[in-house]
Design a binder for this molecule. Structure first.
Ligand SMILES: Cc1cc2nc3c(=O)[nH]c(=O)nc-3n(C[C@H](O)[C@H](O)[C@H](O)COP(=O)(O)O)c2cc1C
Length: 485
């Protein structure tokens, strides 16, 4: 199913009974805490904040667009009841048959209903919540998407980057080191130019999901978003920058990230990060907004980073499927599954030759178009990579730490990870850390010996069944209980 805009999506969410409207919530005191506390329940409603104090009537904020099984189903269109590995396989099969759907350029759209330019630009007209109590300032852009164009290749790039409000026309935009957005921005700076940018503040959730996907560099998020929703995005080429943005976006900021020679970098943050800590501020070149386009009664889409997120029944399935798809596209065989919690990744493989497991690790450590995992655990095909108990059992019983734990130094890392990031490293924007590969597979060279020397001692299925049948009348459900997984 595809939605022409955020409003149509909200209507669909309302129809399935998952929309709550909250009136009179203060953007500096209420919206952030409500958003965070709701996220503690793995499946929680989408919320539309209306009648927000301090801004004009009609200005709204929506949060938790994709944080339930059924809302993810609205966005991705997977069959009813599909869960876990089945869901991952379903999306992976679609990615294996990826066919880009390029956008359609249209001359205008609802987002151009209201235009503010030059001195009339005022970011403070929008509701910008203080998402975490000790954020440096309200953040306006959290769930939108920013469009940039590579000056070398002309390739379009879209990313979801947060934006802190400095004043009426200036945002602190966080383009993290190593993301395509940062590389593109700095290419303009190397030429002595400002970096043109268009920031959408609210849109069909597929646009933000596409922006936040870590695609291969040659892939364009707009085409990927079209593939995800099964229909092209309709885009307008911005009057000032020529950069495309959705014709039905709620609001769009057009402008440029200013070259540091013309305007000094400013501190963006502190900001409450997804790893559960406030990251100290980052020096960022400011984004000057030269025009604002917005619909009547615009809705800002909020998606602040929160420690407890994506834990519902569909949480993380698309990322897992993409990583699996990319590993296979690289030509590697034997991948049985992937599990992941934040920067901790587990890959299950059927080893076919000596060195196979570490070859998979080398490829996975390139990050699969993202930062490498901090911890990568390789397990054999009998271990479910999404089962914490099974993975820990494999680490406990199949790893000789002296031979099977590999530390790799100076790897590209998330700047928000506090481990090992000293003040000195931060001051020179060096966000590298070590990563660890735990090869918890049975060593391939011992494969003939291993199962003879260490045969699994759990009873087999036939004996379990015979025992259950014979003793059920005495021991009831205690004896018919399924084997733990
Ligand atoms: C809610 C949300 C907030 C994000 N915030 C940022 C951010 O502030 N800065 C950033 O560089 N990446 C952020 N990301 C991750 C990027 O959007 C994502 O990695 C994207 O693929 C980067 O695109 P790029 O490599 O094309 O620049 C965020 C992702 C999500 C889902």
């Amino acid at each position: 199913m595809h939605f022409s805009d955020l409003r149509e999506f909200l209507e669909a969410v309302d129809r399935i009974g998952e929309l709550k409207t909250v009136c009179d919530a203060d953007p500096l005191r209420d919206i952030g805490p409500i958003t965070e506390i709701l996220a503690w329940s793995p499946e929680h409603p989408m919320v539309l904040f209306d009648r927000i104090p301090g801004v004009a009537a009609g200005m709204r904020v929506a949060v938790h667009a994709g944080d339930s099984y059924r809302r993810m189903q609205l966005i991705y269109g997977f069959p009813d009841g599909m869960r876990g590995k089945q869901l991952v396989n379903w999306w992976k099969a679609r990615l294996d048959n990826y066919a880009p759907i390029p956008p359609e350029v249209v001359s205008t759209g609802a987002v151009m209903d209201n235009v503010l330019e030059g001195d009339a630009v005022d970011l403070c007209m929008f509701p910008a919540p203080l998402w975490h109590a000790e954020d440096a300032a309200p953040y306006l852009a959290t769930g939108g998407a920013s469009v940039l164009r590579d000056p070398d290749t002309g390739r379009l790039n879209i990313g979801c980057y947060r934006g802190m409000v400095y004043d009426r026309d200036t945002l602190g935009h966080h383009l993290a080191g190593g993301h395509d957005g940062q590389v593109i921005r700095d290419k303009y700076f190397e030429r002595g130019q400002d970096c043109p940018i268009a920031v959408s503040l609210g849109n069909d959730p597929a646009f933000t999901i596409a922006a936040a996907e870590n695609l291969r560099y040659a892939q364009t998020e707009l085409d990927f978003g079209g593939f995800l929703r099964g229909a092209p995005f309709q885009v307008i080429n911005g009057p000032l920058t020529g950069l495309p943005f959705p014709a039905t976006a709620e609001a769009v900021l057009e402008g440029a990230i200013v070259h540091p020679d013309r305007e000094p970098r400013r501190t963006e943050g502190p900001w409450g990060e997804g790893l559960g800590y406030y990251a100290a501020g980052f020096p960022q070149p400011p984004l000057k907004v030269r025009a604002i386009y917005f619909r009547d009664n615009p809705i800002v889409l909020g998606d602040p980073t929160l420690r407890f997120k994506n834990r519902g029944a569909a949480g993380g399935f698309a990322t897992t499927a993409r990583r699996w798809h990319m590993l296979e596209q690289s030509g590697l065989q034997g991948i049985q599954g992937i599990g992941q919690v934040g920067p901790f990744m587990v890959i299950s493989i059927k080893q076919h030759y000596a060195g196979h497991a570490m070859r998979v690790a080398d490829y996975a450590m390139t990050g699969l178009a993202d930062r490498p995992p901090r911890y990568l655990v390789l397990v054999d095909e009998d271990i479910d990579p999404s089962s914490r108990d099974q993975v820990l059992w494999a680490i406990n019983t199949r790893v000789d730490p002296a031979a099977q734990i590999h530390v790799e130094r100076d790897r590209w890392c998330n700047a928000i990870n506090p481990a090992g990031l000293t003040p000195e490293k931060r001051s020179i924007e060096d966000y590298t850390l070590a990563t660890v590969i735990v090869d918890a597979c049975k060593p391939f060279r011992l494969r003939h010996l291993w199962d003879k020397m260490f045969k699994k001692s759990d009873i087999d299925e036939a004996l379990r069944q015979r025992t259950a049948e014979k003793w059920e009348s005495v021991l009831g459900e205690w004896i018919t209980a399924p084997k733990p997984v």
